[in-house]
Design a protein around this ligand. Sequence first.
Ligand code: HSE
Length: 428
Amino acid sequence: MTQPFRIALAGLGTVGTGVVRILQTHGELLAERAGCRLEIAAVSARSRGKNRGLDISGYDWSDDPVALARRDDIDCLVEVIGGEDGPAKAAIETALSAGMNVVTANKALLAHHGQALAERAEAHGAALRFEAAVAGGIPVVKALMEGLAGNRLTRVMGVMNGTCNYILTEMLRTGADYAQVLEAAQQLGYAEADPAFDVGGIDAAHKLALLAALAFGTRVDFAGVRVEGIDHLTLPDLQRAADMGYRVKLLGVARLDGTALEQRVQPCLVPADTAIGQLDGVTNAVVLEGDFIGQVTLEGPGAGEGPTASAILADIVDIASGLRRPVFGRPADRLIDAAAPAATPPAQYCVRLTLEDRAGCWAEVAAVLGRHGVSIDRMQQYAHDGPGAPVVIVTHPTADAVLDAALDEIAGLAVSLARPVALRIEAL
Ligand code: HSE
């Protein structure tokens, strides 16, 4: 009789609860797929008595996740505590050093310490898998590592934060305000413990840094990601983008140009009639571009209990069935240090201005744009009740540094009543 594959589960929040639920629901199916029974041996969480709607009485309990990693009767530690340091890091390091396999959903930890953890895992012959860390239930890590292995990857981009996509689509659909929709996303279990990580773009940047390492064979470089969140956007930004035929999406884009790695997360406009433009709610989409395949778009639920736990189970089944790969697809000591890009490629931008509504105001703004060489493709002024006239312009392709300089100057004009907001129009 084959020995069971013994799991220690560190964390019983949204994702941990989902992992238990799948293991309790699909015991036989998972055993067939893994070639052995998958068994939870021990669990650890902050509160033992909390009602999770599950029977966990048959599992050993520990208050300390590191104690789980020290046991010698465990095949795999599943870490779903979260946090880039603290107990999650200590438990994973302890497990890997003992040669214990690890499955984690912890994008923050891997974005900051991915290289060191990959080296540790590979030095001790342990697997370290993280499908659940990127784009929830979408099997994008597997697609990059296995399905697209015949390609040189040229670009990875997409919507990688479910909370932001939920906020952006719900605000536009219902007209509800930002705080209200964010609260709903928290109640649905989509948001990070600190939702500033979602709306500030940091969570998407963690994920993008991991995807870039997988796609391009570079060391994880979270510090190299340029990050802008959605927290400064207002309903009129979304409505005016919609009027112009666009949707606002928090996009992550990574591109390797020679040895220069461009990584950025920012709210962008995409045409409303594209697959990404039509993404609703918590859905994520990742576009993978390879030299022989062209583009592959993977779309699915990017957050929440079921989808994230589903990705964890995929990793557990792989490990239990004996599949081994380097953590980032090639040996950690062969991952390269990428250079910073010289500049972001020029693009069209949609700019919202708030101007005094009297003769000559627009001429002052136009003069600044003209002096900086920013050319206008389209523009529109909207009706208004208050003193500020909302003016939206779409530029011809321009370098972001040039536009920033022009907008800094415009912000300083007396006719400009609010700081201009510029959103890049991303070519898909
Ligand atoms: N807070 C994350 C999101 C959870 O909203 O996408 C999944 O990583």
